[in-house]
Design a binder for this molecule. Structure first.
Ligand SMILES: Nc1ncnc2c1ncn2[C@@H]1O[C@H](COP(=O)(O)OP(=O)(O)OP(=O)(O)O)[C@@H](O)[C@H]1O
Ligand SMILES: [Mg+2]
Length: 205
């Protein structure tokens, strides 16, 4: 970090706000949380997160869905897929998700997020119990078969380097709050499992 930025950080103090996360969430009659979907490309993160959001929305919850692909069109458009850029991608996504939690929203996040350390960094941004890690567990062979964006095919043809699941590493969660196995159940069934878990974790009414 450049010297000026370091000095500036020392000078900038935290400005307390009179209304906080709990007041904002209470007004919506809900508890705010980050529901973080992680898994290989084509595992089903976006598909399941969207079904969960539709169900939450239908039940009157206020939600937001942050999708890695969409963030890369805007806020993270300057980032590539090197290890350093992937770390920064998740750092920014985590900070945005935290802001959404401060706004009182149930925030669904769909990011490959291959590194354990970065996912744990996001967990530490919010209060105990507000980060729900959802492991979308799909064997790589099945992801290669699904390949809805044709990216595995491109990576195998040598057109994409460090592609997660092939020549790029993925560190599976060791203790996810929710573990979804997508080979045996439909996205709708898996979304119901997420809903049931969110209820038992006290996020849903
Ligand atoms: N049980 C299942 N759960 C989720 N998706 C499934 C399931 N069975 C088949 N699919 C299909 O698998 C594909 C998953 O693609 P999706 O874009 O959701 O993956 P992703 O994890 O978001 O990938 P990426 O990291 O590239 O964004 C979709 O075409 C979906 O229809
Ligand atoms: Mg996706």
């Amino acid at each position: 970090m450049i010297e000026g930025a370091l000095q500036k950080r020392a000078e900038v103090q935290w400005q307390p706000t009179l209304i906080g996360c709990s007041e904002r969430a209470l007004q919506k009659n809900q508890r705010a949380a980050i529901v973080w979907f992680t898994g290989l490309p084509a595992a089903g993160k976006s598909t399941i997160a969207n079904v969960v959001e539709r169900k939450l929305h239908a039940s009157g919850y206020h939600t937001m869905l942050l999708d890695g692909d969409n963030l890369r069109h805007g806020l993270n458009r300057d980032l590539g897929f090197s290890r350093e850029d992937r770390v920064e991608n998740i750092r920014r996504a985590g900070e945005i998700a935290k802001l959404m939690v401060e706004a009182g929203l149930i925030t669904l996040c769909s990011f490959i997020s291959p590194y354990h350390t970065e996912r744990e960094s996001v967990r530490r941004l919010v209060r105990e119990g507000e980060f729900i890690e959802v492991f979308v567990d799909t064997p790589v062979e099945e992801c290669v078969r699904r390949d809805p964006k044709g990216l595995y095919a491109k990576a195998r043809a040598g057109l994409i380097k460090s592609f997660t699941g092939l020549d790029g590493e993925y560190e599976p969660p060791t203790q996810p709050e929710i573990h979804l196995r997508t080979l045996t159940q439909t996205p709708d069934d898996l979304a119901d499992i997420v809903m049931a878990n969110l209820a038992s974790l006290g996020i849903l009414r």
